[in-house]
Design a protein around this ligand. Structure first.
Ligand code: 26Q
Length: 817
């Protein structure tokens, strides 16, 4: 008997009709006049329906298996737009292009109607989204868990050169991708007190009394793997007030009080904190963290109980990955559930916890290590503070046993810092996990050797490395159709799920015809970006100039200021010698500053000021342009990165944990100018020293330089170009009406020791830029280097990264076909 045909979930024939039906029935809109947003929505719902069918099929087939699952807990996900990602991963692009055309639209224009889901700040959130894509593609049974913020990361506008923030109400016009599961609400408790009681067997136990409750509603977003056969999901929690609670108050006649508490509870998922380092002691942030953790653990345990086995088998069924310390309260919460609610003994519960959790660290900046005042934590989560104190007490006995009499070591390792009475979340995460990983080799080395050496000595083998990766589907296949077509024409399509195959391009670097095609693809992308910049800012940029790009969050350690110093120096050189033999350049800089980060906002203002001056100067404007790109976000990155030729990755060595933008640029054929920091080192090893521009102090030299008492003044005095650039900035050359605007930046450098060593790396940076100019003047050599960059980026696929996690940390096998 013939096998029944597999169901065709894609059903492309009816797509056009489905879109129209959705415009009418779901959106309640007229088909005329044909408004692109309506048709985008109609198409989105048609895709959503197909996706849900496939998801149900995958859940039914694979997920019936008793395989172990991983739960990726993250306060941030940064998926960006979904439509094109779904379409490419499901292989529906041709069908959708046709359907859109039949309705009088271009698919690309419809896709532009979608708002980004910007539920993250930057690298850490985007990494989580790349890992979702790779888990789905590699059939690693895993789920992402996070928070469905009503407001994502703010929109950045530039007004008179300054950053202004606007609320990102991203779901205002609905979101077809979010599936609300109103029927599966969980209660989450806060406040109240921990109450001791004796159970009928006479055992002393604890329960959480007089707590407030908030409801957590799961909202699912589907994640199709490439090829579309495997669909997983991320589950994001939205807060709702608990009706029981408000009714009680209501019955007592306190209507306004009830409304107040309703608002208080619904605040929890209202807004993403726009900081990419901890804001110390904000109670709402702690409530957000616990909200995610409590709801997620309830869900995990419900699923575990449904599938049968008891708790001793929990770690064989469940792996929980903590994306930085933000969800680390999960360690205390799982202990609370196991001990207080499931009545396991402490030791048994603790063994389960440690086998279940693993922790990824994303930063070594001391000020970015998260701590919470014990008082605050105890007020919001009274029982958890007791549990943390007990974990700490037992842990310190272990430390004392290993190092008798070493009180200093106990104080340094303690989870609750005895001096400040703050809970060190990284210590809790390390003690409560079986593996701790950094995100690039250098970063993991620094964690082991500098940040947590005493933990490493105590737990040999616990610290490990998984170098970050990015998904080639979004960051090459989807974002760069011109280059993807060219690659696929030469080596076939398998690189999209097996990125090492790009190495087959290496010999083509010697082929002049291929180089010509390669340049044509880049030029197409540069033209696309030029159109975008013109549309967004009214400014024309020339695609026949070198596109030099730095896009990332604004931070002193990322040293956008060093980039500016290069620009100002180049400007000075061009003014002195209009015939200088350098290629014309367009410098593009973009990134958001945390709203309260004074210095980062000043640096944005400096960039816009320099841009105004340079772009208005007729003597240089054909040779140098400077653009600040407002509102850098995932969808903008998809346009900027494929057009870049030079990628700036110039952080102070030892400070950028990994970077992932660096990988996206190199994958798209940009050459990197960068320091030996984060994953830049591994990128250099992969692409070859001669295909990257490395400069500056190494992490070890940075440490030694600071230790020796670095004197920026001497350096500036010895370097006339540096002195000139700093002088212009400091004396208001770029803002004549406000000459003191940048005094704080200069003070930081010259009076406060230049902590980020901008002046120390300045000369080396300029020399590296000289090498950039020289190579760019030889287009064939530049193109060959560009091809070699792309060809050698296989290692940086997030497919490789998640498979490493699965093998070395989660102990999970990918599912079979
Ligand atoms: C913590 C507590 C309270 C409020 C905010 C925060 C918070 C939020 C976001 C702290 C840190 C972040 C984000 C950190 C981040 O994005 N780190 C980056 O992670 C990337 C992925 O591993 C790395 O490539 C980057 O090097 C690293 O900077």
């Amino acid at each position: 008997m013939a096998k029944p045909a597999a169901p065709d979930f894609h059903q492309l024939e009816s797509l056009g009709e489905d879109i129209k039906r959705y415009v009418l029935s779901i959106l309640g809109n007229d088909l005329y006049p044909p408004d692109p947003f309506r048709y985008y929505s109609g198409l989105a719902y048609a895709i959503r329906e197909r996706l849900i069918r496939m998801w149900l099929a995958t859940q039914a087939s694979y997920y019936d298996s008793m395989s172990k699952r991983v739960y990726y807990l993250s306060m941030e996900f940064l998926p960006g737009r979904f439509l094109m990602n779904y379409i490419t991963n499901m292989g529906m692009e041709d069908g959708c292009r046709q359907a859109a055309a039949d309705l009088g639209f271009s698919l690309d224009d419809l896709a532009e109607e979608e708002r980004d889901a910007g539920l993250g700040n930057g690298g850490l959130g985007r990494l989580a989204s790349c890992y979702m894509d790779s888990m789905a593609t590699q059939r690693i049974p895993g789920y992402g868990y996070g928070i469905l913020y009503d407001y994502g990361l703010f929109h950045q506008r530039i007004v008179n050169g300054w950053q202004e923030e606007e609320a990102d109400n991203w779901r205002r016009h609905g979101s077809p991708w979010v599936i609300d599961r109103v029927e599966h609400l969980y209660e989450v408790k806060f406040y109240g007190r921990s109450e001791a009681y004796t159970d009928p067997q006479g055992v002393l136990r604890y329960r959480w009394a007089e707590a407030d409750t908030v409801m957590a509603m799961p909202c699912d977003i589907l994640i199709p793997g490439h090829g579309g056969k495997h669909v997983t999901n991320m589950r994001l929690w939205a807060a709702a007030s608990s009706t029981g609670f408000s009714l009680r108050d209501f019955n007592q006649g306190d209507f306004l009080g009830a409304m107040q508490s309703k608002i208080h509870s619904e605040n929890i998922s209202k807004v993403l904190y726009p900081n990419d380092e901890p804001i110390q002691g904000k109670e709402l942030r702690l409530r957000q963290q616990y909200f995610l953790v409590a709801a997620t653990l309830r869900d995990i345990i419900r699923r575990h109980k449904k599938s049968g086995p008891g708790f001793d088998e929990f770690p064989d069924q469940v792996a929980i990955q903590l994306n930085d310390t933000h969800p680390t309260i999960a360690v205390a919460e799982l202990m609370r559930i196991l001990v207080d609610e499931e009545f396991l003994g402490w030791d048994e519960a603790w063994a389960i916890c440690r086998r279940t959790f693993a922790y990824t660290n994303h930063t070594v900046l001391p000020e970015a290590l998260e701590t919470w005042p014990a008082d605050l934590l105890g007020r919001v989560l009274p029982r958890h503070l007791e549990i943390i104190a007990e974990i700490d007490r037992r842990f310190l006995l272990e430390v004392a046993a290993a190092h008798p009499g070493d009180q200093g070591r106990q104080n340094r390792l303690a989870i609750i810092d005895p001096a400040s009475r703050r809970v060190r979340m990284a210590h809790l995460a390390i003690v409560g996990s079986h593996k701790v990983n950094g995100v690039a080799r250098l970063h993991s080395d620094i964690l082991r050797e500098k940040v947590f050496p005493e933990f490493d000595a105590l737990y040999p083998g616990k610290f490990t490395n998984v170098t970050n990766g990015i998904t080639p589907r979004r960051w090459l296949l989807q974002a760069n159709p011109a280059l993807s077509r060219l690659i696929t024409a030469r080596i076939g399509p398998d690189w999209t799920t097996d990125l090492d195959r790009l190495a087959e391009l290496l010999p083509l670097a010697e082929d002049p015809d291929f180089r010509k095609d390669w340049r044509a693809a880049k030029r197409e992308n540069k033209k696309r970006l030029a159109r975008y910049v013109l549309r967004k800012s009214g400014m024309g940029i020339n695609p026949d100039t070198l596109f030099d790009v730095q896009v990332k969050r604004m931070h002193e350690y990322k040293r956008q200021f060093l980039n500016v110093l290069h620009v100002v120096t180049l400007y000075n050189r061009l003014r002195r010698d209009p015939h200088l033999a350098v290629p014309p350049r367009t410098v593009l800089i973009g990134g958001k500053a945390a709203p309260g980060y004074f210095m980062a906002k000043r640096i944005i203002r400096l960039i816009t000021a320099v841009a105004e001056t340079v772009n208005a100067d007729d003597a240089v404007r054909s040779r140098l342009r400077v653009v600040f790109l407002p509102n850098y976000c995932v969808s903008q990155a998809e346009k900027v990165i494929p057009a870049a030729e030079l990628s700036q990755q110039i952080s102070t060595a030892g400070m950028e944990a990994s970077g992932t933008g660096n990988m996206k640029f190199a994958l798209n054929g940009a050459l990197t100018i960068g320091t030996l920091d984060g994953a830049n080192i591994e990128i250099m090893e992969a692409v070859g020293r001669e295909n990257i521009f490395i400069f500056g102090l190494t992490a070890k030299e940075v440490e030694a330089t600071r230790a020796a008492g670095y004197d920026p003044g001497r350096r500036v005095a010895a370097d006339a170009e540096l002195a000139e650039a700093l002088d212009m900035i400091g004396r208001g050359y770029f803002t004549p009406s406000e000459p003191d605007l940048f005094a704080p930046i200069l003070d930081n450098l010259l009076r406060h020791g230049d902590y980020y060593l901008v002046t120390a790396d300045y000369r080396a940076c300029l020399e590296a830029q000289d090498a950039v100019n020289a190579l760019y003047l030889d287009p064939e050599a530049w193109t060959a280097a560009s091809i070699r960059n792309t060809a050698n980026m296989g290692f940086f696929s997030s497919d490789r990264a998640v498979l490493e996690y699965a093998k070395n940390i989660w102990n999970i096998e990918p599912l079979g076909e």
